[in-house]
Design a protein around this ligand. Structure first.
Ligand code: HEM
Length: 513
C-alpha cells in the first residue's frame, strides 16, 4: 500500500493560506486586526464544546466572562455576539446595512426553496422587493384594516371553543396556534386550514399539516454541524439534512396543490380580482415590468414564510404569557380589574381598545422581554468590514444579538428575572425596533416583516383570554410545579406544553357570537 503524503505538506499549505489571509486582512485594515475577546477555539470544532442545547443560555454565560461583544467560533466560522443594548444598537442600527446578509445555512437551502424566501435570502434587490411587496400589499395599515373581520371572526371562534372546554384541562398552545394558523391561512390561501370541515380539500388534514409545520420549525432552529464545519455536511451526521429534504417535499406538495387551485380559478378570467395573498403573489410573478425575477419559486417561498412566520410566534408568546400569570395570580387580578373598568362585562375587547389597556399591554411587553421567540434573533453576516466598540468585524463574520441576555441585563432592568409588568407602566418602551432594550421583533432592515399583524393578533388574543376566562392549573397542580423550561427552535416554546383550565367569567350569551 502507498504511504499517505506527509501531513507536513497539508500543514504547510494551511499555514501559507493563514499567512496570506492575515497579510490580506492587514492590508485591508492597514494594521493588525483587533478581534473581540472570546474563548480560545479548538481545531475543527471551534468553541462548540461550550455551546449546550440552549445556545442563548450558553452564550449568556460566556458573555459574563468576555463582555458585551465577544467572538467565538462555531466550527471554523467566526461568530460575533452582541449582548448589550449599546452593541445591539451598533449592529442593528449604526452598521445595519453592512451587517444585513444571512448565513447560507442548510435549513434555508433545503426548506425555503434555496434561500428564495425573505428570512434566508441575502440582502439585495430580490429581498428588498419581497419586503416592499409585503409592506405594501400584505401588512400595510389599509390591508390590515381590510382584513380585521378575519382576525375578529377567528378570535371569537377560539373564545367559543374555549367556552366548550369549561373546567376541562387542555393544552393551551394547540388552541392558540389554531387561531394564528386560521387567520394566516385565510389571509394567504383564502381558506381556513384548521377546520375539520376543510378536510379533503387540501392534501393534508389540519392535524397532519400542523405536524409538518412543527417539524419545519424545529429543523429551522437546529444547530446543524455541517453549517459550521462545511466538509462535514456531506456526512449529515445528525440526520438533519435528510429530515429537511423530507419535510420540504411534504411542504412543496401542499403549496403546489394550493397553487394549482389558485391557477385554475384565475385561468381564462378576464380582469380577475385577487381574493387572497396567493392570488396577489401570482399576479406579481406574472408582471413583466418587474426588474427582479420572482417566479413560481418565489411565490412558494413567500407563501411558506408567511405561514411559518405567522403561526408559531404568536401562539408561543400567548402560552408564555399565561404560564407567567399562572405563577403570579395577583397579576390576573390587576388585569381583570383594568378590563372590567375599561371594557365592562358586556362585550369583548376590540383591537381599538388596546391603547386604553396599559396594564394588559405591559403584560405583553414583560412576556416578550423574558420569552423572546427568537432569543438570538436570526443570525446576520457582515457584507463588509466594520468596527464596533473598537473591535474589527471582518466581512463574512456571522453576527448575532443575544436579546435573551439584554432582556435580563441588571443594568437595564431591576430584578431582571422577576415577571413584573409594572416596570413598563409610565415608561415609553415600545416593541417595534426603536428601543434596543426590548426587541421582540428584532430591529433595523431585517426587523420582522409581519410584526404589524403579529402584534395585533397577540395583543387582542391575550386581552380577550384574560377578559373572558379565569385561568387555573389542573386540579392537584400547584404553581410551584409549573416549570418554565424552554426548547430552542425557530420559536422558543415551553419545553413541556402548558396545560390549563379556562372558566368563563362573562355572561354566557357573549360566547355564542
Ligand atoms: C408575536 C409575533 C411575532 C414575533 C415575536 C416575531 C419575531 C420575529 C423576529 C425576532 C424576527 C427576526 C428579526 C431579526 O433578525 O432582526 C422575525 C423575522 C421575520 N418574521 Fe416574525 N415574528 C412574529 C410574527 C410574524 C408574522 C405574523 C409573520 C408573517 C405573517 C412573520 C414573518 C417574519 C419574516 C418573513 C421574517 C424575516 C425577515 C427578514 O429576514 O427580512 N413574523 N420575526
Amino acid at each position: 500500500m502507498d504511504n499517505p503524503p506527509p501531513p507536513a505538506i497539508t500543514y504547510t499549505a494551511a499555514g501559507l493560506a493563514t499567512v496570506v489571509l492575515i497579510l490580506l486582512s492587514r492590508r485591508l485594515f492597514g494594521r493588525k486586526l483587533k478581534l473581540p475577546p472570546g474563548p480560545k477555539p479548538w481545531p475543527i470544532i471551534g468553541n462548540f464544546n461550550l455551546i449546550g442545547p440552549l445556545p442563548h443560555r450558553s452564550l449568556h454565560e460566556l458573555a459574563k466572562k468576555y463582555g458585551p461583544i465577544m467572538q467565538i467560533k462555531f466550527g471554523s466560522i467566526p461568530v460575533v455576539v452582541g449582548s448589550s443594548s449599546e452593541v445591539a444598537e451598533a449592529i442593528l442600527k449604526t452598521h445595519d446595512i453592512s451587517l444585513a446578509d444571512r448565513p447560507k445555512i442548510a435549513a434555508g437551502k433545503y426548506t425555503t426553496y434555496n434561500y428564495s424566501d425573505i428570512t434566508w435570502s441575502q440582502y439585495g434587490p430580490y429581498w428588498s422587493h419581497l419586503r416592499k411587496f409585503c409592506n405594501m400589499e400584505i401588512f400595510s395599515p389599509k390591508r390590515l384594516d381590510f382584513y380585521q373581520h378575519v382576525r375578529v371572526e377567528e378570535l371569537h371562534s377560539l373564545l367559543k371553543s374555549l367556552y366548550k372546554t369549561s373546567g376541562t384541562p387542555f393544552k393551551t398552545r394547540e388552541k392558540f396556534s389554531d387561531l394564528s394558523l386560521s387567520v394566516i391561512s385565510r389571509l394567504v390561501l383564502g381558506r381556513n386550514y384548521t377546520l375539520e370541515s376543510e378536510k379533503g380539500k387540501g392534501v393534508y388534514t389540519p392535524h397532519e399539516f400542523k405536524k409538518i409545520l412543527d417539524e419545519l420549525f424545529v429543523l429551522n432552529g437546529v444547530l446543524e454541524i455541517g453549517d459550521w464545519i462545511p466538509w462535514l455536511s456531506y456526512f449529515d451526521l445528525q440526520g438533519n439534512i435528510k429530515k429537511m429534504k423530507a419535510v420540504a417535499k411534504k411542504v412543496d406538495r401542499f403549496i403546489e396543490h394550493e397553487l394549482e387551485e389558485h391557477d385554475a380559478r384565475r385561468n381564462g378570467v378576464k380582469n380577475y380580482v385577487a381574493k387572497d395573498m396567493m392570488d396577489i403573489l401570482l399576479q406579481l410573478s406574472d408582471d413583466p415590468s418587474l426588474d427582479v425575477e420572482f417566479g413560481r419559486t418565489g411565490v412558494k417561498a413567500l407563501t411558506l414564510d408567511l405561514i411559518a412566520g405567522g403561526t408559531e410566534s404568536t401562539a408561543v408568546t400567548a402560552e408564555w404569557a399565561l404560564a407567567e400569570l399562572l405563577k403570579k395570580p395577583e397579576i390576573f387580578e390587576k388585569a381583570t380589574e383594568e378590563l372590567d373598568r375599561v371594557i365592562g362585562r358586556e362585550r369583548w375587547v376590540e383591537e381599538k381598545d388596546i391603547v386604553d389597556l396599559p396594564y394588559v399591554t405591559a403584560i405583553m411587553k414583560e412576556t416578550m422581554r423574558l420569552h423572546n421567540v427568537s432569543p438570538l434573533l436570526v443570525p446576520r453576516v457582515a457584507r463588509e468590514d466594520v468596527q464596533i466598540s473598537g473591535y474589527d468585524i471582518p466581512k463574512g463574520t456571522v453576527v448575532m444579538v443575544n436579546v435573551w441576555t439584554i432582556g435580563r441585563d441588571p443594568k437595564i432592568w431591576d430584578n431582571p428575572n422577576e415577571f413584573c409588568p409594572e416596570r413598563f407602566l409610565g415608561e415609553e418602551i415600545e416593541v417595534e425596533g426603536q428601543n434596543f432594550k426590548l426587541m421582540p421583533f428584532g430591529a433595523g432592515k431585517r426587523i420582522c416583516v409581519g410584526y404589524p399583524l403579529g402584534l395585533k393578533i397577540i395583543q387582542s388574543s391575550v386581552a380577550n383570554l384574560l377578559h373572558g376566562f379565569n385561568w387555573k392549573l389542573p386540579k392537584g397542580m400547584k404553581k410551584e410545579d409549573l416549570d418554565m423550561e424552554e426548547i430552542f427552535a425557530l420559536s422558543t416554546p415551553k419545553k413541556n406544553p402548558l396545560v390549563a383550565v379556562a372558566e368563563p367569567r362573562l355572561p354566557p350569551h357573549l360566547y355564542s357570537v
